[in-house]
Design a protein around this ligand. Structure first.
Ligand code: SF4
Length: 394
């Protein structure tokens, strides 16, 4: 594509990676270091040292002039931070960018890693949204997945979140775990609904190379559920959660009306954002950059000036990213915006490329927006995106 595509937009969101976990789950390939609980709260320990480097990175970041509207502490296990450590990072963000009043400040928390004092402290520091990594409501599946917590820890965590009345409460589940039955999945969905979070995320397990599961299992093989079963699980999730009043607003995400995740919408709308910390990605001035995934290399990169050393994303890739991310949203992507950004001819090309899927009912245009149908289009999103990548890719 020769046309120059605008990738402007002033970032007002920041992702902060906290790369520490009590143990590594068997399916996880995120950039994390395993630390013991004893390191928690130490200023000179592993976590304390990391935070100093992270705050240095924040202090050196380019600033584009808009205060932060969303901040997301992801991991890893951000709930291994003490309140003072969390405050230290928020203070660094405030000093560098400013934090807008009413900003959404999210934090991923894991059962068994926080108590009443922690969660009260996080809220008083400014956190107003927590995302609880439950994954399954069966003790045996928690063990199978290598989670560090028990079922008792899950119920205690839910109780604490209720007790302190966290304004936004999201709960994560995983479908497609080894040995997971349809009945267990149904039970997990029912228990999730009973916990009454404002938001529920459901991830279908992917077997990643380099993980324990990658060594134990082959996708589609026993004891992993068959494709047919994972499709049933997806459909069941959609039926149970929409039946309970949650809107299926993104391929893997459900929210009570008015409770969508503002931060994650920035990604799906392909808008710019800051990223800080080991392995964190940022998208600034059209440059998508991922920081080193190992502590030592990350620290060296910060000491060397935290230089974002990469090319601006080419127009063809921006188009594919916009489609890949935007079609995850139930509302899809605006054809008028696509046309203004990439040209009418490109939009026509997209239509032609997707023609077979219009006929199958997997894609549709509603209110001037191109979107995947729910649940069929979402279920076959990989097929649709593969076709787009094959035909529109550079
Ligand atoms: S808690 Fe999350 S980040 Fe940590 S090992 Fe498990 S899946 Fe990975």
């Amino acid at each position: 594509m020769s046309q120059k595509v605008s990738v402007t937009g002033i970032p007002s969101s920041a992702y902060i990676h906290i790369p520490f976990c009590r143990r590594r789950c068997f399916y996880c390939d995120f950039p994390v270091s395993v630390v013991g609980d004893r390191l928690r709260g130490e200023t000179s320990g592993t976590i304390g040292q990391y935070i100093e480097v992270l705050c240095q990175e924040i202090a050196m970041s380019p600033v584009f002039g808009q205060s932060l509207e969303t901040i997301f502490f992801g991991g890893g296990t951000p709930s291994l931070l003490s309140t003072a450590q969390l405050q230290r990072i928020l203070q660094a963000l405030e000093e560098r960018f400013g934090i807008a009043s009413g900003a959404e400040i999210s934090m991923e928390v894991d059962p068994g890693t926080f108590d009443l004092a922690h969660i009260t402290g996080y809220l008083s520091a400014g956190v107003n949204r927590v995302s609880l990594g439950v994954q399954a409501f069966q003790e045996e599946l928690l063990k199978t997945a290598g989670r560090s917590h028990s079922l008792v820890d899950i119920f205690a965590a839910i109780e604490l979140i209720r007790q302190v009345e966290v304004p936004e409460f999201s709960l994560d589940l995983i479908s497609g775990l080894p040995h997971q039955s349809i009945d267990q999945w149904q039970d997990s969905l029912a228990q999730a609904v009973a916990a009454a979070p404002t938001h529920i995320s459901i991830y279908d397990l992917t077997i990643e190379p380099g993980t324990a599961f990658g060594r134990y299992y082959k996708p589609g093989d026993n004891p992993l559920p068959t494709d047919e079963t994972t499709v049933k699980m997806y459909q069941m999730g959609q039926q149970v959660l929409t039946g309970a009043g949650y809107q299926h607003y993104e391929i893997s995400n459900y929210a009570q009306p008015g409770h969508q995740c503002r931060h994650n919408r920035v990604y799906w709308e392909n808008r710019p954002y800051y990223g800080f910390g080991m392995g964190a990605a940022s998208y600034l001035q059209g440059k998508r950059f991922t920081r080193p995934r190992k502590t030592k290399e990350y620290s060296q990169w910060v000491q060397a000036g935290a230089v974002i050393d990469c090319e601006v994303t080419p127009a063809d890739e921006i188009l594919l990213e916009t489609l890949m991310l935007g079609l995850r949203l139930a509302e899809g992507v605006s054809l008028a915006v696509l046309s203004a950004q990439f040209g009418e001819a490109k939009v026509e090309e997209i239509h032609q490329c997707l023609q077979p899927y219009f006929e199958k009912g997997w894609v549709e245009v509603v209110g001037g927006r191109l979107r995947l149908s729910d649940p069929q289009g979402f279920l076959f999103s990989n097929v649709v995106l593969a076709k787009l990548f094959a035909e529109l890719g550079a």
